[in-house]
Structures are given as C-alpha cells and as structure tokens.
Design a binder for this molecule. Structure first.
Ligand code: PEP
Ligand code: MG
Length: 600
C-alpha cells in the first residue's frame, strides 16, 4: 500500500488531485565552447529565445492582470524591461563573441547582475533582485530546452496540487485558484509565511515535506490532507474512499462549528474571553467578520505588498484598511505595521542577510525607512475615522523603538493636518511581545504602550533559538516549553498590573490544548485565523478558568514541553472526560496518533 509522505499540517482540507510539479530554481549550466563560425547562429538563437521569453511574459502579465489585478501584474513590466535592457543583452553577446555557449554566457551575466543589484546602495535596484532571478530562470530554461516551468498555464478546474520547493511571492501572484486546489512544499513550517498565506487563501496545504519535489512526479494522483499534514502518492481506491469519508466528517464538524459561531465565548465558570480574528489579506475581512470574531486582533499588513513590484502608496493602503475596519463595524481592529524582512520579503529583493530572523526586519525596517513607515501611519490614521483602529508595532525589543515610532506617528498626523486631511490623532499604539527582551522587560514597556499582543510564533522562535521556518527543527519548535510559558505569564502579569489588555495572536491561540493553557496563564484575549474562531470558541465554552489555572500552575512546574503537554492533557481529561473538542483543528505535536491513519 502506498505510504504517506508526512509533512506539517499548514492549512486544513482534503484534496485528491494530480500533482503539478513546479521547479522554480536557476538550472545548472555547463560551460560550452563554440567554434568561431557558430558565434553568429548562437547569437541569433539567444535573441530568438529572448523574443520568446518576452512573448511568454506578456501572456503571463495578461493572465495575472485578469486574475489578480494590474498592480500585481506590474511585476512583469519590470521583467519585460529587463529583457529589453541593451547593456544586459550586449554583455551576453560579448561573451558569445568570446566563444562561450549562449546559456553559459547568459548565466554568467545574470549572476553578476544579481550580485551587484543585491549590493547596490539604491533601494530601487536592490528591490529588483527577485525579478532578475525570475528572468534568469525563465530565459535559461528556454535556452536549455527545459520544459516550461510556469505555474500559470493550468486549465481551470484542474484541481491540481501544486508541489514546489517553496512558494515565492512571484509564484504566489501567479496562482490561479480555479486551477490549483492545494499546495505542498518541501520547505516551511506551520508558522512560516507560506502556511499563513495558504490559510488566508483557504487552500489546503502541507509544508515541510522535505523532498516532495523529488518523491512526487508530474501527473501523479495524490491525496493531500492539510489537517493531518500528509500527502499520499498514488493512493488505492480504499484510501481515497477513507479520505473522502474523513472529508465528509470534517465538513459535518465544520457545520457543527459554524453553529456555535454566534455563541458567546464564555467559559463554564462564566469568564468572558475576547476572541478576535487574524486577517492577512483585506479580501478575508468579510469572511472573518462572519466567523463570530469580535474584531481583528492582528492584521498582517505586509501581505498587502506580497508579490508586488513596489510598496502600496498611502491611498491604496488607506482603502485596504478602511475596508477591513468597515467590515467590523464598531469592533476593534488591531493593525500591525509592516513586518517585512525575515522570511517575508514583500519589499522585494533587499540584499539577503546571513541571519534574516536576527536581521533587518519589522520595526527596524520601518524606523530606518521613515517615509515608508509614515506613509503607512498616515493611511492608518485616516482609516481610523471609520472605526476603532489600534496600531500595533512588531518585533519590539526596546523602549526606544516605541518612542521613535510614536514620534513618527505624531509627524504623520502633523503632515495630514498640514494637508487638511481628516484623520484621528489619538489612535492607541500597542506592541507585539514576540522577543524575550520584550517579555522579560514587559514592565518597562507597559507604561508607554496601550496594549500587549503576544506573538508566540516569534516568541517561541527567539526563546528556543529555533528558526520557525526550518523544517529540520520543526520537532524542536515546542510552544509548551516551560520557559515560553514563563515568558507568557510574566507578560500577562506585567500588562495586567499596568491595566493593559494582553492578547495572544500567534498560532498557539488556535491550538485547543494551548488555548486552554493560555487561559490558565491569565490570557483573556485570543486572536486566531478566521477558520479557527469557531473551534476556539468551542474550547472556551468547554472549559473552566479554575481548572485551566490549576493546570497551568502545575504545568509551570514541569521540566519539559512534553511533560507540560502531559499535565495539560491529564487536566483536560480528568475535568472534561475525553474532551472531543480537543480533537478538532490542526494537531499539535504528538497528536497524529489521535487522528488515525496518518501513516497508512
Ligand atoms: C507571531 O510572531 O506570533 C505573529 C503573530 O506574527 P507573525 O506570525 O506574522 O510573525
Ligand atoms: Mg511575529
């Protein structure tokens, strides 16, 4: 019987379909020396390929424009312009004149250009590296006569499962959701941004499969189970039937979940929890508003720029924020300022860093690029006219960052006043607690901020020194590590003592057992993906704070994440029996066995 390839569950749902294998990497090229008389024909061959690449890019541009919009399509204008660049083409011709085969000549020139763009002092040029890479891959593949590697040309209704190493922004904008039904990647983890994006797009996804691109072949029929995190190649009819049954069961569970979407998130002992939604794309706002969430606890604004050639301007951002704010009426909408950098690269092509997660990302980029930051702040202050907007700063490490951001917020407000534009100048400014420095120093930050929101994805990464996107470390990414729990408790205590609201908006909040632990640690606000709102509401309504608090107290004394998990499971079982609600949603580590046939 075919064995499942086990990865990490990233976005729920079961799909059976054919593999669409996409290799978007610069192909290897061998050096080839040509005879003098071949130089002319080789240049002609090169020019012919460039012309064909232009035609192809034009087609892709039209398709992306139709599916995703003109702004996304503009990426391809940049790439078309590169194919018209006289200097670039002349450099390649010169190398061919030196008897080098066209593919090696092109490869050398592109590698050189990419390097010098990456190091360039001009941001505009650094932003172009990703485009150069795309052009490099496309033209080189054509010169080598490799099969067309584009993800775009799938007929509608293909129900294909996109299998690729990683999902880059330029691939993301090309995804035709009428043709692609699910995503499987070698790289990534549950909290990596491909996973977050897949959940936002509502596409089932399994990430961290390590070698799916070598184990699977184009056209293979597979089952992808995004809830379990498995891909079953060439399944038997019996396996397909079993998964279909599971899909039906999941759907009826979904219906039961939806039924409680409108219920109050109150624990058995009467404690009201505030449950909000995470929104990654403005398009999701309506669905999130209908999920039973009381507002937005985290809007990840960097996704506005994913796959774009440039950052969105003030007007475009204003419209996007206004749309989300209006979808939620009077409920609070917490909008986080750009968390770019790290593994999120919407500011395209900044020179890559040796340690991106310890590098120039989030608030660091915003403070160093004040015009970019103030553009966003102005858009936010304008959108605040339409509802209860709260601004949240990512990756705060020191109080200086908060103070500098506040100065820029005041400047942004003054600029709007000078322009005579209506806005609110008193928007609450809160911070994400997602570094050990912020958690340990929460009492230092508290007097100068309006709220805390704990970003457990990064807090776990930085506390345990485990790269959240590294599939080789996925088993070491343990949110229930006692030190993580201590930092969360410390943040809750410091925040509460200063009269602040303390929320959790990382993935921990959407995992049933972890949500139980968070409530036990004193958290009274959770923000989760829209598709998890009903699940978490069910958890809240099925537990009591007293039991959760006692469980968290014992868990704090445990030595390891595994022991913490055991303590929590034991407490849940003895208080609530088999607690079936804990079986819903995406499994936490060690939960695969609870879900039956993962390794079938
Ligand atoms: C987090 O770090 O927990 C968080 C919510 O932010 P992001 O996942 O976008 O880094
Ligand atoms: Mg974060």
């Amino acid at each position: 019987m075919p064995r499942a390839i086990v990865g990490l569950p990233a976005s729920p749902g079961i799909v059976v379909g054919p593999v669409h294998l996409l290799r978007w990497e610069v192909p290897q090229v061998r050096q080839r020396i040509i005879a003098d008389e071949q130089v002319g024909p080789e240049i002609a061959r090169f020019e012919d390929v460039v012309a064909r690449a232009r035609t192809r890019l034009g087609q892709i541009r039209d398709r992306v424009s139709a599916h995703a919009g003109e702004e996304e399509a503009a990426i391809f204008d940049v790439q078309l312009a590169m194919l018209d660049d006289v200097e670039l083409l002349d450099n390649v011709r010169a190398l061919i004149h030196q008897n080098l085969g066209a593919e090696k000549a092109f490869d050398l020139v592109m590698a050189d250009w990419r390097q010098s763009f990456a190091r360039h002092t001009h941001q505009m040029l650094r932003e172009r590296v990703a485009d150069l890479t795309d052009v490099h891959i496309r033209v080189l593949s054509m010169l080598l006569g490799l099969a067309d590697r584009d993800p775009v040309d799938l007929p509608k209704g293909s129900n294909a499962i996109l299998v690729t190493h990683d999902l880059t922004p330029s691939l993301t904008v090309q995804l035709d959701r009428d043709a692609i039904a699910a995503i499987a990647t070698d790289a990534g983890t549950r909290t990596s941004h491909v996973a977050i994006l897949a959940r936002s797009l509502g596409l089932p996804a399994v990430v961290g499969l390590r070698d799916a691109t070598t184990q699977l072949h184009p056209g293979d029929r597979v089952i992808l189970d995004g809830s379990l995190g498995v891909v079953v190649p060439n399944p038997t009819e019996a396996q397909i039937a079993a998964y279909a049954e599971r899909a039906v069961r999941d759907a009826s569970d979904d219906a039961a979940m939806r039924a409680i979407a409108s219920a109050e998130p109150v624990t058995l002992d009467g404690v009201r929890i505030i449950l909000r939604a995470n929104v990654d794309l403005p398009d999701e706002a309506a669905a999130a508003a209908g999920s039973g969430a009381e507002g937005v606890g985290l809007m990840r604004t960097e996704f506005l720029a994913v796959g774009r050639a440039t950052m969105p301007d003030e007007e475009e951002q204003f419209r996007a924020y206004q749309g989300v704010v209006c979808a939620f009426g009077n409920h609070p909408v917490v909008i986080r300022t750009f968390d770019v950098g790290g593994d999120k690269l919407p500011i395209r092509g900044y020179a890559s860093e040796a340690n991106p997660f310890l590098g120039w990302r989030a608030i660091r980029v915003c403070l160093d690029e004040p015009e970019l930051f103030k553009t966003q702040l102005r858009a936010l202050l304008r959108a605040a006219m339409f509802g209860d907007v709260r601004i949240m700063l990512p990756l705060i490490v020191t109080l200086d960052e908060v103070r500098a951001a506040r100065r820029l917020l005041r400047e942004a407000s003054d600029e709007l006043t000078a322009r005579g534009v209506e806005h609110r100048s008193d928007v609450p400014l809160g911070v994400m607690v997602e570094t050990p420095a912020a958690a340990i120093g929460a009492d230092i930050l508290a007097p100068e901020v309006a709220f805390f929101s704990i970003g457990t994805n990064d807090l776990v990464q930085y506390t345990l020194a485990v790269d959240r996107g590294n599939v080789n470390l996925a088993a070491r990414f343990t949110p229930l590590h006692p030190s993580v729990l201590r930092l969360i408790r410390r943040t809750v205590q410091a925040g509460t003592a200063a009269g602040l609201e303390v929320a959790v908006c990382g993935e921990m909040a959407s995992q049933p057992l972890m949500a139980f632990a968070l409530i036990g640690l004193g958290v009274r606000q959770l923000s989760v993906g829209a598709q998890s709102v009903a699940l978490v509401k069910r958890v809240i309504r099925g537990i009591s704070v007293d039991v959760a608090r006692a469980a968290a107290d014992s868990a704090m004394l445990a030595g390891t994440a595994e022991e913490v998990e055991q303590v929590l499971r034991g407490a849940v079982r003895s208080a609530f029996g088999d607690a079936p609600f804990l079986r819903y949603g995406l499994p936490v580590k060690g939960d695969l066995d609870m879900f039956g046939d993962a390794g079938a």
